[in-house]
Design a binder for this molecule. Structure first.
Ligand SMILES: Nc1nc2c(c(=O)[nH]1)N[C@H]1C(S)=C(S)[C@@H](COP(=O)(O)O)O[C@H]1N2
Ligand SMILES: [Mo]
Length: 210
């Protein structure tokens, strides 16, 4: 690391900092609320909402972690202005979930749901992006509880609040709706390269009325 490289559009790890960000050494823990306790017998990963066939789909922890595993090199940009560069995330691509449970043709957005009702909304295109990953590992090691075990979403091209830790499901939506932080003053899209930090910066079309 340390060699600034040209960033290709949509590239996961840029090895350079988006505007207004500073490099963080180590890996701090940042979230709202308590760290949930993982209970494997009660855990399920649920896809619901506007599915193509109208059915829900659930995976047990054993089933979910048996899905094909891949790795993605990606940076983490917290809207509070620190960035962690070049993590290797391992897990299940969001695309795999979309292929397993096709959305209805009029789905435009998803809500990713986590423990305690935390949520974040994404455009379907951001969710379907090649590097968007349901991560179970970082740098070859299982995630720790405070970093999102058993599953967190990683959306490399957006601010990190768009990647819930302790994910439990995905809701397919036919219209946009704000998630937890998006309702509380943060930008509906959250592209760090455009410094889309706060909802007051939104332009018409960026998100639902506040
Ligand atoms: N469930 C949940 N996920 C969350 C958050 C949260 O408050 N709750 N905070 C987000 C924010 S703002 C950041 S910066 C990253 C931090 O991840 P880390 O604690 O592993 O560094 O988690 C994101 N995922
Ligand atoms: Mo953050």
């Amino acid at each position: 690391m340390g060699h600034p490289v040209e960033r290709e559009p949509g590239e996961a790890a840029a090895s350079e900092l988006p505007p207004g960000q500073r490099l963080q050494r180590g890996w701090p823990v940042t979230h709202y609320g308590p760290v949930p306790k993982f209970r494997p017998e009660r855990w399920e990963f649920r896809v619901f909402g506007a599915t193509a066939d109208g059915d829900k789909r659930c995976w047990s922890h054993e089933e979910f972690t048996a899905l094909p595993y891949t790795t993605v090199l990606a940076d983490l940009h917290c809207v509070t202005k620190f960035s962690m560069l070049g993590a290797e995330w391992g897990g299940i691509p969001a695309r795999t979930i979309l292929d397993a449970v096709p959305p209805a043709s009029d789905v435009t957005h998803v809500m990713v749901w986590a423990e305690y009702g935390f949520s974040s909304n994404l455009r379907l295109s951001d969710f379907a992006a090649e590097h968007t990953l349901f991560a179970t590992h970082k740098d070859g090691e299982l995630l720790t509880a405070e970093h999102g075990f058993p599953v967190r979403l990683v959306v490399p091209h957006l601010y990190a609040w768009k990647g819930p830790k302790w994910v439990r499901g995905v809701e397919y939506m036919t219209a946009d709706r704000r998630g937890f932080w998006e309702e509380r003053g943060y930008h509906n899209i959250g592209d760090p390269w455009k410094e889309q930090r706060y909802s007051y910066q939104e332009e018409p079309g960026d998100g639902p009325e506040l």
